[in-house]
Ligand binder design. Structure first.
Ligand code: GLU
Length: 552
C-alpha cells in the first residue's frame, strides 16, 4: 500500500489535480500594485462592527489600488450557521455602498474565481487534501473527540503546551496498511496535517500592522478536514481559497494572529506565496471609567442593526469606522472634505495595535455634521426611507406634509454654519412633532413656561402679538422689531441691556417674550428660528394654538 492508494481510497471521485486548479484559476491580470482583498465572514452570527471595519478597510484597499474586492461566504461550520446572516451581510454591504466586485448571492455568481461559498468548494479542497495525503503530508487520524479532549485535559493539568503534536499525534506514524484497513472497516477519521516543524525553532514574519514578528514554528498536526461533513477547517480553506482566488492582502480579526505559524507552514508545504496580512485592531469601548472590548452580547452598538434602526446616514458610520481604523484619517478628511473615503491611502502601520476606541458620541458628531450639510430635500428623502422601515405612521405624516417638513428642515441649513440638530433619523420626530397640526392638537404635553410663568400673561401676550402685530408677509427684521414693540407695549424691555441696567422698571425683557411666544406656539422652549416656524405654521394655526393654550 502506498500513500496514493490511501488517497484514492478516501477520495475515489477526485480526479482533478491541484495543477488543474492552478490553470483554472490563473494569476489575475491586474495592474502593478493592485490589491486583491476579501471579506470572508462566517454566517454564524450577524454582521458586527468588527466585520464592518474589515469590510471597509478591504473596500478601501481595493478601490484605491485599482484592485478587486470579493466576498467569500465561509460557511464550513454548518451546525452554527444562523438563518438570515448571509442576507444581512449583503444588505449591509449594499446599504453602506461597499459592495464587492465579486461574490455569490442567491444563485448569482459574479467573478471568475468562484464558487465564493465554501460549502460549494468541497471538491476543490478535496483535491488539495488528496495531494497532501499522496505526498505524505497529511494522514487520517482515528482518535475520537473524547480521546483528543482527554489529551488536552492531561496537558493542561501537567502544564504542557496544548495540542496534538509529537507523541500526542497518535495516528501520525500508523502504517498505511493499518489506516487503509480501518477506513475500509468504516472507522471514523479526520484528516490531519503532518507537520514537520520544530516548536523550538523560530521564524520571522512581517505583519503589515505590527511589523516584524517572531513566531515559533508550527508543530501541530492540526485537522484540515472534518469527519462529519468532509468540509475543511478554517486553516485549510484559507490556504486553498486565498491562493486560488489570488488574494494579495488578508485583512482579518486580531484573533487569527496566533494561527500564523500554521498558515506559514501550510503555504510553505505547497510552495505557494503567502498573502500579506493585516490583523485588525480589537474594537474597544468606554464603559464608565474603564475601556473594554466591545461585546456583541452586552452592547447593542456592536451589531450593525443598531445603526440602521437608529437611522444614521451610511456615510457617518463609514467615516467613524475609518476614523478609528487609521490614525491619520481625520487629518486627511479635513484636507479632502469632499473626497470619497476610499481615496484615502489606508496605511496598516497607522492602525492602533492596542485596539480601536469606538465612541458613539464621536459618531453622533460626525453624523450631525454630515446631516447638517445635506440638502433639505435629500434629507427629507432619507428620513422618509428610514421611516418606511421603522416608523410607518411617521412616514405617512411626513409624506402628507412634504413641503412643511422640507421647509422646516431647511431652517438655518444652507449657511456657512448650519444647524446640527440631528445625529440620526430616529430623533427627527421628537424634534419636529409640533409642526404637525394633528400631533399638536392631540398632544397632552404640558406647557413648561420658563420666563413668564403665568398662563394668562402668556396668553395675553401671544394674542396681542398675533392680532395686533403679526403679518405673514413681514421680513425677518420687521418681524423682530415687532416683537420688540410688543415687549415695550406690555412692559418688557425691548433690549436685554436696558433690562439689565434697570431690572425694576420692567416685567422682563424681549428674550423672555420671544421664549413665551415660542412655548405658546410649539410647547417647546428650544426650536429652530421662530420666525421661520411661524411662517410655516401660518397665522390661523397659531391662533388656534393659543386658544388651546387658554383652554389648557
Ligand atoms: N471566517 C473567518 C471569520 O469570520 C474569516 C477570517 C478571515 O478573514 O480570514 O473570522
Amino acid at each position: 500500500m502506498t500513500t496514493k492508494d490511501l488517497a484514492n481510497l478516501i477520495f475515489p471521485n477526485i480526479t482533478k489535480t491541484i495543477e488543474d486548479y492552478e490553470k483554472e484559476y490563473p494569476e489575475r491580470d491586474l495592474k502593478e500594485g493592485a490589491k486583491v482583498v476579501r471579506f470572508a465572514p462566517s454566517p454564524t452570527g450577524f454582521m458586527h462592527i468588527g466585520n464592518m471595519m474589515s469590510a471597509t478597510i478591504n473596500y478601501c484597499l481595493a478601490k484605491k489600488s485599482g484592485g478587486v474586492f470579493f466576498v467569500r461566504n465561509e460557511d464550513t461550520d454548518q451546525a452554527r450557521t444562523v438563518e438570515g446572516a448571509v442576507d444581512f451581510i449583503h444588505n449591509t454591504l449594499k446599504h453602506y455602498g461597499i459592495y464587492p466586485d465579486e461574490y455569490e448571492y442567491k444563485g448569482e455568481v459574479v467573478g471568475n474565481y468562484g464558487p465564493y461559498i465554501q460549502s460549494e468548494r468541497k471538491e476543490i479542497y478535496h483535491a488539495y487534501v488528496k495531494h497532501l495525503i499522496e505526498i505524505g503530508k497529511a494522514y487520517p487520524c482515528f482518535m475520537s473527540k473524547e480521546e483528543v479532549d482527554e489529551i488536552r485535559e492531561n496537558q493542561a493539568q501537567a502544564k504542557k503546551r496544548i495540542g496534538i503534536y509529537g507523541r500526542y499525534a497518535r495516528c501520525r506514524n500508523m502504517s498505511i496498511d493499518e489506516a487503509y484497513e480501518k477506513i475500509k472497516n468504516g472507522d471514523k477519521f479526520v484528516i490531519r496535517f503532518k507537520s514537520s516543524g520544530d516548536f523550538d525553532e523560530k521564524f520571522v514574519f512581517e505583519e503589515l500592522n505590527k511589523g516584524k514578528m517572531e513566531f515559533p514554528m508550527n508543530d501541530l498536526d492540526f485537522p484540515i478536514m472534518k469527519s462529519e461533513d468532509l468540509l475543511p477547517t478554517y486553516h485549510f480553506a484559507h490556504l486553498v481559497d486565498d491562493h486560488l482566488m489570488r488574494t494579495t492582502h488578508v485583512v482579518r480579526g486580531e484573533e487569527w494572529i496566533s494561527s500564523v505559524p500554521i498558515h506559514y507552514e501550510l503555504f510553505k508545504t505547497f510552495g505557494f506565496e503567502m498573502p500579506k496580512y493585516i490583523h485588525n485592531s480589537l474594537i474597544l469601548k468606554k464603559d464608565g471609567d474603564t475601556i473594554r472590548k466591545i461585546s456583541k452580547r452586552k452592547d447593542p452598538e456592536a451589531l450593525m442593526f443598531y445603526y440602521t434602526e437608529k437611522g444614521y446616514p451610511a456615510s457617518a458610520v463609514i467615516e467613524s469606522v475609518m476614523t478609528i481604523a487609521n490614525s491619520n484619517y481625520e487629518e486627511w478628511r479635513t484636507q479632502n472634505p469632499e473626497a470619497p473615503f476610499y481615496e484615502f491611502d489606508f496605511n496598516p502601520k497607522k492602525m492602533s495595535s492596542s485596539g480601536a476606541l469606538f465612541d458613539l458620541d464621536k459618531l453622533d458628531n460626525i453624523s450631525k455634521n454630515i446631516i447638517s450639510k445635506m440638502k433639505a430635500k435629500d434629507l427629507y428623502e432619507e428620513i422618509a426611507k428610514w421611516a418606511s422601515e421603522y416608523d410607518k405612521e411617521f412616514e405617512s405624516l411626513i409624506r402628507e406634509n412634504k413641503d412643511l417638513v422640507i421647509g422646516f428642515l431647511n431652517i438655518e441649513r444652507e449657511q456657512s454654519k448650519p444647524r446640527k440638530d440631528f445625529a440620526h433619523y430616529s430623533e427627527v420626530k421628537d424634534k419636529i412633532w409640533y409642526m404637525f397640526n394633528e400631533l399638536f392638537d392631540k398632544s397632552d404635553k404640558p406647557y413648561e413656561f420658563k420666563t413668564i410663568d403665568k398662563k394668562s400673561d402668556v396668553y395675553e401676550l401671544a394674542s396681542v402679538y398675533l392680532n395686533d402685530f403679526y403679518r405673514e408677509e413681514d421680513d425677518k427684521d420687521t418681524w423682530f422689531s415687532k416683537i420688540k414693540s410688543l415687549s415695550e407695549r406690555l412692559g418688557y424691555a425691548k433690549e436685554v441691556k436696558e433690562y439689565k441696567e434697570n431690572p425694576d422698571n420692567y416685567k422682563g425683557h424681549v428674550g423672555d417674550v420671544s421664549t413665551a411666544l415660542r412655548i405658546a406656539i410649539t410647547k417647546e422652549s428650544m426650536t429652530p428660528d421662530l420666525y421661520m416656524i411661524m411662517k410655516l405654521l401660518g397665522k390661523q394655526e397659531m391662533l388656534k394654538r393659543i386658544e388651546k393654550l387658554q383652554k389648557s
